[in-house]
Structure formats: structure tokens, C-alpha cells
Design a protein around this ligand. Structure first.
Ligand code: PMP
Length: 346
């Protein structure tokens, strides 16, 4: 199975959970200037020393507890190269981010899927069942979960920590938009790691930079399997310089969170069920119409969102990324026009 989001030519693109705005202009100036001073005939710093120090400083951890790679997808792949593979089992709780299972399978691991309830929460009994039966080497918890938007409560992670036999990876690609982070539970003697990305809040999806914070012994294992010089100079610089713009990043997060509330309000006035979100997107399900037809009718109105309607456990569900105020208004207007028109039939 591949994983992709169809890209069609539209004016309002709310399908891939990117930041609705670009990075600060001052970041771009500093980045471009820094590129002029790179020794391009030399390999990059294999340890990504400055970048890891900047990330460590941002989170108040040791640089030895930081692993950086080309997007959090490559972080996930590296984790699974080290801890997945033939003869091992990887656990996920579905529906969730499809690449957890997909990458695990590409390493030869067996994937066991726990089931979420109809409201997409996970109950402790299901966690106990999956841990007991599957004995996974790696368990993924995506919080806030993509594509549902729900953040896991702290108690769910502590339950998992008490019984999981292997490594627990909390994918916090949308962590900054949520009310709490698993980072607070990290320690050198817990088999727990948190994965984050520069693609969303940091407005740097084009740079492909993600990272993991975890025990230093785990980071050392990841360094054994990742390719030498995998992180190029430009990517390292992009991230190091971005971390000088924390205030601007916080402003962006606050803006998205405020727009998310407004978008949820706009959706609640329509004939759709809306799932509560702590991420930069919202999952919803038309009540009387087929999800795929609504998606197509939105494309016809120049608005692209994510069609999850054919995914297992997500019948008729659609996911919209929180955009700028005007993009969100354009989406809500288009949806309202679709829901009240006669062209789509349940
Ligand atoms: N994890 C989750 C849950 C995601 O939704 C995404 C982006 N679709 C990623 C990881 C990968 O992000 P990136 O590789 O851009 O860091």
C-alpha cells in the first residue's frame, strides 16, 4: 500500500495539515545568508551538533536525547529499522496515522491493530488485550491522533507505560496544538520516545525535518541504523535558525488554535458530525450524504480537503486542515453550498 494525498489544482488547499502561513521573513533572510557560508564541498556535520543542541535547549533535555532526521517520517522509519523487522510485532490503535503500520510492514514486522471505540477513544481493556496478546516490540500512540484529532489523556499513556513490553513511541506531529505533551513523562529509564516535526507549527514542511526526544541509549541505537550524513546542511540550518523564532511559532500556534475553534463552530452549524480536535485539522462526517461525494463536490467548488471516507473504520469521514481565516470561510461556504444543493445524493 502506498500513502499519498491526491493533489489537484484548486485555490483552497486544506488537505495535508500544513501551516497556513510561511515561516517568518527574518528566518528566510538568515537562512539564505547562512547558505552563502556553507563549505559545499564538505560533508555535513554527521552529528548535527548545532541543531541537536538547539532542539535540546528548546525542550530542556540533553543533546544526546535528541535524534533528528528528514521529516518525522524518517524518524519513524529509523525507529522501525532499529526496533521492528522480521520476527517482531508492532502495535497501533486504529484508525490512526497509516504510515506507522505501513513502515513497520516494510521492515518485515507483523502489525497488530488495536481497535478504537466509535468515538475514536481507546479503552484500557483494549490496551491490555493488545499488549498481552501481541507482546509488541514497538507500540505507537499518535496524540493528537491523525486523522481523528483526539489527544490521548495522560492516564492512557501511564496505563500503557505500566504494561507495554517494548518501546512506546508517541507521535506528536501535532503536539504543539494540544493541551499536554508526553514529553513530561520522558526519562532515561523509560522505554518511551516522543516524535515531533518542523512541518506543521514551524511552517517548514518543505524542509523535511523531524526529531525524536527519548533516552540517550535509544538515540544511540537509532544512530547505528541511520545512513551517514542523512541530514544535509541546508536542513540542519533551517531547523537551527527556526528555533530562534519561538515567539513567532507560538503566535502561529495560537492563531491556528483560535481558527480551529471558529472552524468547529462553522461546521457545527451544518448537517455533519464533528469530532473534537486538539490538532490543526478537524475530522467530520456528513450525516445524510456520502463522504466521497461531498469531497468531490467541494473540489468542484475549488476546495481540496482530505477524503478519508474509503479508509477502514472511517466510512464517510472527511478531514479539513485549519487554514487562514479566509480559507476556512471559503471552505465553510462551499460546504454549506454542497450540503444544501440537490446534486449530491445519499
Ligand atoms: N506523523 C503524523 C501523525 C503525521 O500526520 C505526519 C504528517 N502527515 C507525520 C508524522 C510526518 O510528518 P513529517 O514527515 O512531515 O515530519
Amino acid at each position: 500500500m502506498g500513502y499519498h494525498s491526491p493533489q489537484v489544482e484548486v485555490s483552497v488547499r486544506l488537505n495535508t495539515n500544513e501551516s497556513p502561513v510561511g515561516p517568518p521573513e527574518a528566518w528566510l533572510d538568515e537562512f539564505v545568508a547562512a547558505l552563502g557560508h556553507v563549505d559545499w564541498h564538505r560533508y555535513p556535520d554527521r552529528q548535527a551538533t548545532e541543531l541537536r543542541a538547539a532542539i535540546a535547549d528548546f525542550h530542556g533535555v540533553d543533546p544526546a536525547q535528541v535524534f533528528a532526521a528528514n521529516g518525522s517520517n524518517e524518524v519513524l522509519q529509523t525507529v522501525l529499522l532499529a526496533y521492528g523487522g522480521t520476527g517482531r510485532t508492532v502495535a497501533t490503535f486504529e484508525p490512526s496515522y497509516q504510515l506507522h503500520g505501513h513502515i513497520a510492514r516494510t521492515t518485515g514486522a507483523r502489525v497488530v491493530s488495536g481497535e478504537r471505540a466509535a468515538d475514536f477513544t481507546i479503552d484500557d481493556a483494549e490496551i491490555a488485550r493488545v499488549m498481552g496478546e501481541a507482546q509488541p516490540s514497538v507500540t505507537f500512540l499518535c496524540s493528537p491522533n491523525n486523522p481523528t484529532g483526539l489527544a490521548e489523556p495522560r492516564s492512557r499513556l501511564t496505563t500503557l507505560l505500566a504494561i507495554a513490553p517494548g518501546l512506546i513511541v508517541v507521535d506528536e506531529a501535532y503536539g504543539q496544538f494540544a493541551s499536554w505533551s508526553a514529553l513530561e513523562l520522558l526519562s532515561e529509564d523509560r522505554t518511551l520516545a516522543v516524535v515531533r516535526t518542523f512541518s506543521k507549527t514551524w511552517s517548514l514542511a518543505a524542509a523535511r525535518l523531524g526529531y525524536l526526544i527519548g533516552p540517550s541509549w535509544l538515540v544511540a541505537e537509532l544512530e547505528k541504523v541511520v545512513l551517514p550524513y542523512h541530514l544535509d546542511v541546508a536542513t540542519q540550518l533551517a531547523g537551527t535558525l527556526a528555533l530562534r523564532f519561538v515567539d513567532e511559532m507560538n503566535d502561529r500556534v495560537a492563531g491556528v488554535v483560535a481558527e480551529r475553534a471558529r472552524l468547529a463552530e462553522l461546521l457545527s452549524g451544518q448537517d455533519v458530525d464533528v469530532f473534537p480536535s486538539e490538532a490543526n485539522f478537524i475530522l467530520f462526517r456528513p450525516r445524510e450524504r456520502r463522504g466521497h461525494e461531498v469531497w468531490q463536490a467541494l473540489v468542484d467548488r475549488d476546495v481540496l480537503i482530505r477524503d478519508c471516507s474509503g479508509w477502514p473504520r472511517l466510512a464517510d469521514c472527511l478531514r479539513v486542515t485549519v487554514g487562514t481565516r479566509s480559507e476556512n470561510d471559503a471552505f465553510a461556504d462551499a460546504l454549506s453550498s454542497v450540503m444544501t444543493s440537490e446534486e449530491v445524493h445519499a
